[in-house]
Design a protein around this ligand. Structure first.
Ligand code: NAP
Length: 463
């Protein structure tokens, strides 16, 4: 095939891939089209890789083949992790992408130096600075979420000054390099300093904020890939990087809003360190607990039930039992809805994915703003492994670390039942006053086991 014909095929592959990436993001935004979105993204990526492999600049496929085998060996187990481990898995993918961007940027610099035009040098600097800090930042985030590193924020005096100075020095060196691209000795520094900055940036951030930070790192990885697109003159990379960069940023904003936190608070607030709030005052209080038999009696007598799932449902993998409960209650003519908080679980859409896996109809899943006005007319709220997202202290206790976070107003329902294993706090590490209310019944046990017991009682399988 002539080089021009090959070039045309490559261009067409890239064009279709670009369109598929955009459609993929669009389709991923609704549960009913999400599978199609994943498929579109996969086909787009296959076309992008296929097109690149046709490139006439490639004279030896040996190294590419080795890289493909290595990538597959790493990628397949990464795709098989538990749903609850997806945030750290995603962070690890960002680390790999960012390392790749940094290495390509470094190779391009040494190939082109000293004849690097100023614009190109500026883009190269942006690429390696963002790439390096995203690489170590993402590795740190993975370590914190996987609990191989301490989750608690580690802070010291002048920390923000030290961190911002490091970044400032890297940017100054980048400016010097742009002005004089021949100063090769400066280049290793703009790789090395952001590597340290990436570690220092994550140290003061607590585990609870990691998902937000991960989507921010996702955004950085996308922007550095877009910069790489300019360096390599690849429109596909520029577009894919920009899509990645902007969607990561939008997601971070949505998550911050759902927690009523500003970006600066997430990045510099050391959230999760001070966890006292009004917990001390509640120590002497008692809670009321109930058995599965009693809980099923209360549910069977209700006209309307709202189920609020949280991280505990994910840990227990209780979604299929929850589906059985949904079936048993709807069979009795009870109106059952699900209240989904935007940050319930450990990643955006966590609850939607699990409930969709159990084939619970989408129209029964209501987001926070839609279900909150219904709670005062709801007979029973059944909370399954959720905690922080139902904590009324977010509305009433100004000293609470989650004060101001929008929550599901479950305390306004007539009766509240909470399935959890103990009185241990949730991810924010704070007590939940809801458990001490007169209208609240604690159902102590594993989510899957307890929901299973309730279903047995409801369907007559109990004693
Ligand atoms: P949560 O506040 O972390 O509470 C989960 C509860 O589940 C715990 O209190 C735990 O109590 C219980 N649990 C754990 N394993 C269980 C099991 N096997 N069976 C029954 N219960 C179990 O969860 P959440 O209410 O879903 O709130 C999410 C938290 O993550 C929020 O603080 C949110 O800000 C944060 N976050 C989420 C995202 C996101 O994207 N989703 C992002 C950033 C931050 P026991 O130990 O007593 O059982």
């Amino acid at each position: 095939m002539s080089p021009t014909a090959t070039q045309h095929i490559i261009e067409v592959c890239y064009l279709i891939a670009t369109a598929l990436f955009i459609l993929s993001l669009k389709w991923l935004s609704a549960p009913s089209t999400a599978r199609r979105g994943v498929l579109a993204g996969e086909i787009g990526m296959a076309l992008a890789i296929g097109g690149t492999l046709l490139h006439h600049g490639i004279i030896d496929y040996k190294w590419i083949l080795i890289a493909l085998v290595l990538g597959t060996i790493i990628g397949v187990p990464l795709g098989l992790v538990q749903m609850t481990a997806v945030p750290q898995r995603t962070a690890l993918s960002h680390a790999c992408g960012a390392l790749c961007v940094t290495l390509v940027g470094t190779a391009e610099f040494y190939l082109r130096s000293p004849n690097v035009p100023r614009f190109m040098m500026a883009v190269l600097c942006l690429e390696v600075i963002l790439g390096s800090l995203t690489f170590t930042g993402s590795l740190m985030a993975t370590g914190k979420l996987q609990e191989v590193l301490p989750q608690r924020p580690i802070t010291y005096r002048g920390q923000n000054f030290v961190n911002l100075s490091l970044l400032g020095i890297a940017i100054m060196l980048a400016v010097l390099l742009v002005l004089n691209p021949g100063q090769k000795a400066l280049f290793p520094l703009i790789v090395f300093i952001p590597l340290i900055f990436g570690v220092m940036m994550i140290i003061p951030i607590g585990g609870a904020d990691m998902p937000t930070v991960i989507s921010l790192l996702n955004s950085y990885a996308g922007l550095s890939a877009a910069a790489m697109g300019f360096v390599l003159d690849s429109k596909l990379l520029i577009i894919a990087g920009a899509l990645d960069g902007s969607s990561g940023f939008i997601l971070s904003v949505i998550m911050s809003k759902a927690m009523n936190r500003s970006f600066t608070n997430v990045l510099f607030g050391a959230f999760g360190q001070v966890q006292t709030s009004a917990a001390g005052a509640q120590e002497a209080r008692t809670v009321r607990s109930a058995t599965a038999e009693e809980a099923s009696g209360i549910l069977a007598a209700a006209n309307s039930v709202a189920i609020v799932p949280g991280y505990g449902m994910a840990v227990a993998q209780a979604q299929h039992k929850v589906r059985e409960l949904f079936d048993a209650l709807t069979k009795k003519g009870i109106d059952v809805k699900f209240g989904i908080h935007p940050v319930a679980g450990r990643m955006p859409g966590h609850m939607n994915v699990l409930l969709a896996e159990a084939d619970i109809p989408y129209d029964r899943l209501l987001d926070m703003d839609s279900i909150n006005p219904d709670f005062p007319q709801t007979d029973v709220v059944l909370i399954i492994g959720a905690n922080d997202v139902t904590n009324p202290a977010a509305r009433t206790d100004q000293s609470s670390p989650i004060f101001g976070m929008p929550i599901l107003d479950v305390d306004k329902a007539r009766t509240v039942m909470v399935i959890k294993r103990s009185m241990n706090p949730g991810f924010a590490g704070i007590d939940n006053p809801l458990y001490y209310f007169d209208k609240t019944l604690m159902l102590f046990g594993d989510a899957k086991g307890f929901v299973g017991d309730i279903v047995r009682e409801l369907t007559g399988g109990g004693h």
